[in-house]
Design a protein around this ligand. Structure first.
Ligand SMILES: [Zn+2]
Length: 434
């Protein structure tokens, strides 16, 4: 990320997303950005000697990240913004390659709630993590092929006459394996390993494991007659990560409270992993920030803290407006959405909602509210999970979008700048906390 968000945060977001086809790449991008902004990298295995008003970050599994600026009085509590780094996609199986009807193909698994039909007829490629058998222990390297390598072609309408009436029904095992090439002497796995070895400048025999995902090679774009829209993959939820990270890095005024961003992997598959929102990752970090004080100080700091869970929200779709409650129809470019749910699928409650609304007002940004139709199930996010884990006051918010979990989503270009403004307001001294 070379350009400042001050120049054009929305364009900057699209470049960030294009360079982040997987959580591993997103975390690497954020590490590079934060390092450039004076954040020092910590290791969980090292002794931490943290200095007030200094800035730090650490990662878990290379796919989750926590960054913070230590408050001048850490006992004053934490202002935290959380989001997730992962997006639904298709992932290569361990023994992925096979030959079928004259083609070379790869078996894929479905990661998260993928809108499957959107992955057909796209110019797909591969990205992720390659495990190399190092001298002492395995090491991992990131890889991103930029050229289109794969395609999941739809069946021609002549062979699927009912498709427009009945919809495209895809069996994940049978209909999703992409075409890689035409049958030849080498197996698809051998060809892929050779290509990876060429990219990473290693020998194919050194490759001991692959964690590769498919992604759409078409870059994100600003669209609409006045540039009012964004069309891109992974807006859910890299847009929230991007806005929180920039707000933290650009909030340079010293604060007595500690400012924190926490971005988790595995939200799309339930968060119950070592680096997911269900893990003790964030709680461990918060405790270590005040660990030089007594435990009483830590508990008091937690009681003074506030957590903003940032994840995208459902804007009303003009062709399906009946899918929203008539009183709760968020629209694009009308500001962030406060999400609530009586069954606590969102962690928002009366006070946290009112507090966030006040924050938007101070930032000069309009705010919207969302609750799902009473006869529909409600989605969820990291908000309730972290709230249960940390026991601190939480609000679930996010920018409105369409096509959530499609390979190419849609949101409002104005909303992104608005959310950065609200997050900066949160990180202003004396703005957060209870
Ligand atoms: Zn999400």
């Amino acid at each position: 990320m070379n350009k400042e968000t001050k120049i054009n945060p929305t364009q900057n977001l699209l470049e960030f997303i294009d360079r982040s086809p997987t959580p591993f790449h997103a975390v690497q991008e954020m590490e590079d950005y934060l390092s450039g902004k004076g954040f020092k990298k910590l290791n969980e295995t090292d002794f931490w000697d943290l200095i007030p008003n200094n800035k730090y970050f650490l990662t878990r599994n290379g796919s989750s990240l926590v960054a913070f600026e230590v408050g001048s009085n850490p006992g004053e509590g934490f202002k935290i913004i959380g989001a997730h780094t992962d997006s639904p996609n298709l992932r290569l199986k361990p023994n992925a390659g096979y030959t079928n009807s004259g083609y070379l193909q790869f078996g894929v698994e479905v990661y998260g709630g993928v809108l499957l039909s959107t992955w057909t007829d796209r110019d797909l490629s591969l990205a992720g993590r390659v495990i190399l058998g190092g001298k002492k222990k395995p090491i991992s390297k990131l890889i991103r092929f930029t050229q289109p390598l794969l395609r999941i072609p739809q069946l021609a309408i002549h062979l699927n006459r009912d498709v427009n009436k009945k919809g495209l029904i895809l069996n994940a095992q049978i209909h999703l394996p992409p075409i890689f090439s035409l049958e030849k002497k080498s197996s698809p796995d051998e060809i892929l390993k050779k290509m990876i070895a060429h990219e990473l400048k290693c020998r194919p025999a050194e490759i001991t494991g692959l964690e590769l995902s498919l992604y759409d090679t078409q870059p994100g774009t600003i669209a609409g007659p006045e540039g009012e829209f964004i069309f891109s993959g992974r807006l859910d939820n890299l847009a929230s990560c991007h806005s929180a990270m920039h707000a933290l890095a650009e909030s340079t005024r010293k604060d007595s409270a500690t400012k924190v961003i926490a971005f988790y992997d595995h939200e799309e598959v339930g968060s119950e992993t070592a680096q997911g929102a269900g893990s003790p990752f964030l709680k461990d970090v918060l405790e270590r920030i005040v660990s030089h004080e007594d435990r009483e100080t830590f508990f008091r700091a937690m009681a003074k803290s506030f957590f903003i869970s940032a994840d995208m929200a459902h804007a009303v779709h003009p062709n399906y407006s009946e899918m929203h409650d008539a009183q709760h129809m968020p629209i694009l470019n009308a500001g962030p959405v406060i999400k609530s749910n009586a069954s606590q699928r969102y962690a928002t409650e009366g006070l946290s909602s009112a507090w966030f609304e006040g924050l938007c007002k101070k930032a000069g940004v309009p705010v919207q509210k969302f609750v799902v139709r009473s006869d529909l199930g409600c989605g969820s996010t990291i908000g309730p999970i972290t709230a249960a884990n940390l026991g601190i006051r939480t609000v679930d918010v996010g920018n409105p979008m369409l096509s959530m979990h499609s390979i190419r989503e849609m949101s409002g270009s104005k909303d992104h700048e608005s959310l950065i403004r609200v997050f900066k307001e949160f990180f202003r001294p004396a703005a957060g906390g209870k």
